[in-house]
Design a protein around this ligand. Structure first.
Ligand code: HT7
Ligand code: ZN
Length: 887
């Protein structure tokens, strides 16, 4: 396979002014006519260079015309991947291509034709300059059978439609904005529609349409509401108005990712459009809101201003994730949204950043671009965008955004252009931030602070280090803003004066770390403070605070004004407790875990009381409480304890859950009672108070379920039956699936009977069982693969089953290696059907981080990687990840 390097970028020798596409859709093949108005972009070179159009072997080329003259096959060069034209006219000319196309770029989902062109799918539809810096205007004519495909959609405005002979019909769409071909879309099918409208800030009325299968159309109200909120938010926050009179969303069942931002014709995975209280959880509702927002926001960040080349992907994705995070934060609880985003970053992106696929947010090379739609490019990319806002303030950030659009509207640009707009709009030198785009790995920041009572100064010493990652042995410092507050002994915030800085005192100051080691001095500090560090998670780093005591963390958990730091204090307490429990459990030879741990003195009362106090604090936001009493995910500890035994870690974590449940039982029961009323009330989508009540109640129930008390188990079964919404129903079911009990079997069977006709709910049923942690569950998972509710050709079903299984430490990491064999077999099977889904299975697995595990597991994982690597006909997608993991 060929590796593509960022350093090899060269401008395109030709541009395309206008694209005319005609699709004649038939059941067995699609006839495509493409007319490209070519523009020279080679400057004053004497002879026109060759024109290389990207394609795929499945396209059956019929004819090629250049400037009206049909070429003989001897006059062009055709390989599996390229159509090369030479002896071209000087100046502008037209290329016309007729062909029969494959299903590669134009595929069928549930009987409907549909496209997915990002990143390089357009070349599967027709020969083209398939690169994002070739931006053109498109006119698209679609012709199909009127009965089977009554709806014909493409980008832009509908110019014309009508009937044709033989029961066929046509539609012509015209997109007045230039766009790269990855934003092209076509949909033809039998779809129901819901229509609404939005009045823009300049008074234009935009028609909004959501298309689904007929049986789902009554469940799109929330997606529509989210779309309108997103349109309004972008106007209010960034002054960005929608630019066409029509915005379409189409939901499809077979989609590899969440959604796609094609210009004015977003295509969505149906699980991110369809929502109803009885079938969707609170989490599903917030995902729909976030993703609808995300795709809509791309209209400006991605579509109007796009990427010069695919290495710049974070330019549009990091920025758009940042925008969707801010959108959700403004509409819901800002602190809880921030905590959720940080949890996701730590449990998944930090792991990626430490594994064999570690790459900078702007990668230097790839084999398959599809493999680089990663948490690093998206989530860490969003954190880097957030750094600008943290440093420049909201107003400064807005100025930067305004300048970015002013300079680059209609262009394909780079991450440097974005940074320069931020810098120039604010008169600042941000060149040091280039390091964040170039270096992989999570920086480790160490802070040591001391108080000098005589001088009333508080000195903060900070150092940073980023560990080597594949291909990058030497790393320099990156600019790291550390937001700091200082709390007095009574919990109040002290006014901060920073030595050498003329700004007014404030209760939070941002210290900018630019060197390997630095010192900052706060003056006029009236008492020895407790520091609140990295407020609001001001940078994507791992922070170690030297000498921070358990008492200080308990104090911060009770008093910190910064919600993130308050939550983080609890997490730090629990992380270090889990680490010490794990260490004693692995050192001791006692057979029973309970005996091993209690002998070690186990769980201090201080920590139990601190968690109990948060749980019982009625003034706190319930969603915050639910997050604050949750134990850190096991994934957060992997990598920090060398050669970890993941099953032992899981058992230790479960031990801690049981201890907390047993010792806080009265508080947990009281919290359930207090928050029960939301279950009776009718479900109001987007009502964060109700959702918070459900979150705390269900978290408390999950603690109690760990006690395996027959009364609790019976209550949970009852709850699966009487729940009035999916959040409560699935939470109760989740509490039952981790242990073998008659209630588990009854609840699963009843749930299946109730929901077997709803594919989206069945995904939840599959995921719960596949991720179950009771020993020996692999045999059930194997049975699930042949269950009628599962289909290996459906990406969602694969994610629900295989990705959920990967998250079960007990069964995926089973000591006999059976989980590893099952996943490797499944990857090989899926790779023959859908290479993008298969590569996602590898990259989500611990196989890419095998070095973190104990020696026996390392060996078994490597064996499976080698077995996958040796497979005949392995896709380049899977090959890239597997081979890098074996390096
Ligand atoms: N921009 C979209 C990316 C996407 C994609 C990439 C590769 C293969 C399939 C895909 N489907 C969608 C999604 C987004 O970030 O908005
Ligand atoms: Zn995106």
């Amino acid at each position: 396979p060929q590796t593509i390097y960022r350093k090899d970028y060269t401008p395109t020798p030709y541009l395309i002014k206008h694209v005319y596409l005609e699709f004649l859709l038939n059941e067995d093949s699609t006839h495509v006519i493409s007319r490209l108005s070519m523009l020279p972009n080679y400057g004053s070179a004497s002879a026109p260079p060759i024109l290389e159009l990207d394609g795929r072997k499945d396209i059956k080329l019929l004819t090629v015309k250049v400037a009206g003259k049909e070429l003989q096959p001897s006059e062009y060069d055709l390989t599996e991947k390229l159509l090369t034209l030479s002896k071209l006219p000087k100046g502008e000319f037209e290329v016309e291509i007729k062909e029969n196309t494959s299903l590669e770029g134009l595929y069928k989902s549930g009987g409907n034709f549909c496209t997915q062109c990002e990143a390089e799918g357009f070349r599967g539809i027709t020969y083209f300059l398939d690169r994002p810096d070739v931006m053109a205007k498109y006119t698209t004519r679609i012709e199909a059978d009127a009965k089977s495909y009554p709806v014909l959609l493409s980008n832009g405005n509908l110019l014309e439609q009508g009937s044709l002979e033989g029961g066929r019909h046509f539609a012509v769409w015209e997109d007045p904005f230039v766009k790269p071909c990855y934003l092209f879309a076509l949909v033809a099918g039998d779809l129901a529609v819901r229509e609404d409208s939005f009045k823009t800030m300049s008074g234009r009325t935009v028609t909004l349409r959501i298309y689904t299968r007929a049986k789902d159309i009554d469940r799109v109200a929330w997606a529509m509401e989210s779309l309108k909120r997103a349109m309004k938010w972008d106007e209010d926050t960034f002054g960005l108005e929608y630019d066409l009179d029509l915005f379409n969303i189409v939901a499809v069942d077979d989609f590899n990712m969440g959604a796609m931002e094609n210009k004015s014709l977003n295509i969505f995975n149906s699980r991110l459009v369809i929502a109803s209280p009885s079938t969707s959880t609170d989490m599903d509702y917030s995902r729909v809101e976030g993703v609808v927002g995300h795709e809509y926001f791309h209209n400006w960040t991605g579509n109007r201003v796009t990427c010069r080349d695919w290495f710049q992907l974070t330019l549009k994705e990091g920025l758009t994730v940042f925008r969707d995070q801010e959108f959700s934060a403004d509409l819901n609880s800002r602190p809880v949204k921030r905590i959720e985003d940080v949890m996701r970053l730590r449990t998944a992106q930090f792991v990626e950043d430490a594994g064999s696929m570690a790459h900078p947010i702007r990668p230097d090379s790839y084999i398959k671009m599809d493999n680089f739609y990663t948490l690093t490019v998206y989530e860490k990319g969003a954190e880097i965008v957030r750094l600008y806002q943290t440093l420049l303030g909201k107003d400064g950030f807005r100025k930067g955004m305004d300048l970015y659009f002013k300079r680059h509207d209609g262009q394909a640009v780079t991450c440097d252009d974005f940074r320069n707009a931020m810098a120039d709009a604010n008169g600042q030198d941000l060149s040091a931030f280039a390091a964040w785009y170039a270096q992989a790995g999570t920086p480790h920041v160490k802070i040591a602070a001391s108080y000098n009572a005589a001088n009333r100064t508080y000195t903060v010493k900070a150092s940073q280090q980023t560990l080597p990652s594949p291909g990058q042995s030497e790393k320099g410092p990156v600019p790291i803003p550390v937001a700091v507050g200082l709390l007095g002994q009574d919990g109040t915030e002290l006014p901060l004066n920073l030595k050498g800085e003329s700004a007014e005192p404030a209760t939070t100051k941002v210290l900018l770390l630019t060197e390997k080691e630095q010192e900052f001095v706060f003056t006029e500090v009236s008492e020895k403070p407790v520091p609140s560090l990295l407020r609001d998670f001001s940078a994507p780093v791992k922070l170690e605070v030297e000498g921070q005591t358990e008492d200080e963390l308990v104090f911060l958990l009770a008093h910190d004004k910064d919600a993130f730091c308050r939550w983080e204090a609890g997490q730090r307490l629990l992380r270090s407790l889990l680490t010490s429990l794990y260490t004693s459990a692995s050192a001791s030879k006692e057979a029973k875990l309970e005996d091993r741990l209690s002998a070690a003195g186990a769980v201090p009362d201080k920590i139990v009381a601190a968690i109990g106090a948060v749980l019982s604090d009625k003034e706190l936001d319930g969603a915050f409480v639910a997050a604050a009493i949750s134990l850190p995910a096991a994934a957060e500890l992997i990598g920090s304890i060398p050669n970890i035994d993941p099953v032992l870690l899981h058992n230790v974590r479960q031990y801690l859950v049981r201890e907390l449940a047993a010792r806080l039982r009265p508080e947990l029961e009281a919290a359930i009672k207090r928050n029960e009323s939301a279950a009776g009330a009718s479900y109001v989508p987007g009502d964060s108070k109700q959702a918070a009540q459900r979150a705390i109640k269900n978290k408390a129930l999950s603690y109690l379920s760990a006690l395996k008390d027959p009364q609790v188990t019976a209550d949970l079964l009852q709850r699966t039956r009487s729940a009035t919404n999916m959040t409560d129903q699935i939470s109760a079911l989740a509490c039952l699936v981790d242990s073998e009990s008659p209630e588990r079997e009854i609840a699963l069977a009843e749930f299946y009977e109730q929901w077997k006709d709803d594919g989206l709910v069945m995904l939840k049923w599959i995921a719960l069982q596949a991720g179950s942690n009771f020993e020996g569950n692999l045999k059930n998972v194997e049975k699930l693969v042949s269950h009628p509710a599962f289909s290996i050709t459906n990406p969602n079903a694969c994610y629900s089953l295989f990705l959920a299984f990967l998250r079960s430490p007990v069964n995926f990491h089973a000591a006999d290696g059976s989980g590893y064999t099952f996943i490797a077999d499944s990857i090989l099977k899926v790779d023959k059907i859908n290479r993008q889904v298969a590569s996602r299975m590898v990259s989500s697995s611990a196989f890419t981080a095998w070095k973190d595990y104990d020696v026996e597991r390392q060996q078994m994982m490597k064996e499976q990687l080698a077995r996958i690597n040796a497979e005949n006909g392995l896709s380049e997608n899977v090959f890239e990840i597997v081979s890098k993991s074996l390096e």
